[in-house]
Design a binder for this molecule. Sequence first.
Ligand SMILES: [Zn+2]
Length: 113
Amino acid sequence: MNIAEAARKLGVDPAALCPASAEPRFTEVWERMQQEPPCSACGRPSRTSSAVRDPVHGPRWLDRCQDCFLATPPTLRRPLSQAITDIREAAAEVHQRAVLHTDEDGWQDEPRG
Ligand SMILES: [Zn+2]
């Protein structure tokens, strides 16, 4: 799911979120994540931050703890099997072996490739 869908699923009110820049650079996202702001949904320390574009309030930070992130996984841009193949190939290019663990169902709402 995309970030707006994640915010809706978690029941987060965009008006309560901190303003973000329109297109946060990776360094901004990383700085935000290092601060571990409270999860926007449950208040526990967050593990990831993303900008959600609310049509009324503009860009806002959506900070998610591990459980809230796992409840709202991002949509993969390619089938899971292809993503795993890509990761293994990238690891092989740097002479490393990738050991990946996925559950039998893959990502939520994502068909297994
Ligand atoms: Zn949470």
